[in-house]
Design a protein around this ligand. Structure first.
Ligand code: GLU
Length: 287
């Protein structure tokens, strides 16, 4: 990260359900770090996960975060110099980044499993990682037509440099290194339905919005390695990263939508105040 740049952090929720305590704690850390640096916090709605994203969840996210005590300086509801702050309204930006990768021969069309392609819609959180891509379509050229014989559009994968170590210094987890082709394989950047994958959209937006530090859960460390390769391929400076520990339930399982009882909405309905929640929940580690 360039030393003299103003700190810009972000909250990047996906409107696929109600936010829970795990989101709140990661976001709280993001907000605390932005505040401590006298910087700006950006709120971005990541709604590229097809039909799982619903407008009522977008509204609930705004309400629940405000109630909990979050304040952002740029976002869908307050505007800002990098609007729109909703991914579904930013397609041209993703298209132009994808075209650059394609022109540089860094991607190849892939007609493999539909399941892999679907998994590219959202961030691969704990347990969602795809196996290393076996390389079936790897030899295809980036000049291939964008539609398969049956007329459906193909997906595109980024060809990772096999054996290359991707190392970075993480603010929360210290030095980390992953090996391309071993820890993760060629990954989807463009989906067959005409939208970018989480990995590409996230990089394009963090770069375009001038984010200087990405704060998120440690289950996305491997995604950071992928994203660093995309920053390199696109010739963009990468932000710093700060991955934090995940909030788990009493069985040590990462919180997810099924933990509806720990959603901010339910906690609020049950009469608990944000201050009390921060004092007593999620390991009590609210910075
Ligand atoms: N929308 C993604 C998620 O909620 C964001 C991941 C990230 O912070 O990059 O999982």
């Amino acid at each position: 990260m360039a030393e003299n740049r103003e700190y810009r952090g972000r909250l990047a929720p996906s409107p696929t359900g109600h936010l829970h305590l795990g989101h709140a704690r990661t976001f709280w850390l993001a907000q605390a770090r932005a505040r401590a640096a006298g910087g700006t916090l950006v709120m971005r709605v990541e709604d590229l996960d097809g039909p799982r994203c619903r407008p009522e969840f977008v509204e609930a996210i705004h309400e629940d975060l405000r109630w909990f005590g979050f304040q952002w300086q740029e976002g869908p509801d307050v505007g800002g110099p990098h609007a729109p702050y909703v991914q579904s309204a930013r397609l041209p930006l993703y298209q132009s980044a994808f075209e650059r990768l394609r022109a540089a021969g860094r991607v190849f069309p892939c007609t493999c499993s539909r399941r892999d392609i679907l998994s590219a819609m959202s961030a691969p959180h704990a347990g969602d990682e795809e196996p290393v891509y076996p390389g079936n379509c790897r030899g295809k050229s980036s000049d291939e037509p964008t539609r398969s014989g049956e007329g459906s559009r193909v997906a595109w994968r980024f060809r990772v440099p096999d054996g290359q170590a991707v190392a970075f210094e993480d603010g929360g987890c210290g030095s980390r290194a992953f090996v391309a082709g071993r820890d993760f394989g060629d990954f989807v950047v463009w989906r067959g339905d005409g939208w970018p994958s989480y990995q590409l959209a996230c990089v394009v937006d963090d770069a375009a919005m001038g984010i200087t530090e990405v704060v998120r859960g440690e289950d996305l460390l491997l995604s950071t390695a992928r994203q660093l390769l995309l920053y390199g391929a696109l010739g963009w400076a990468a932000p710093s990263f700060y991955h934090c520990q995940l909030v788990t339930d009493e069985h040590g399982i990462r919180l997810a939508k099924r933990h509806e009882a720990l959603s901010l909405r339910r906690l609020r309905e049950s009469g608990r105040s944000p201050e009390e929640i921060r004092r007593t929940s999620g390991g009590g580690d609210w910075e």
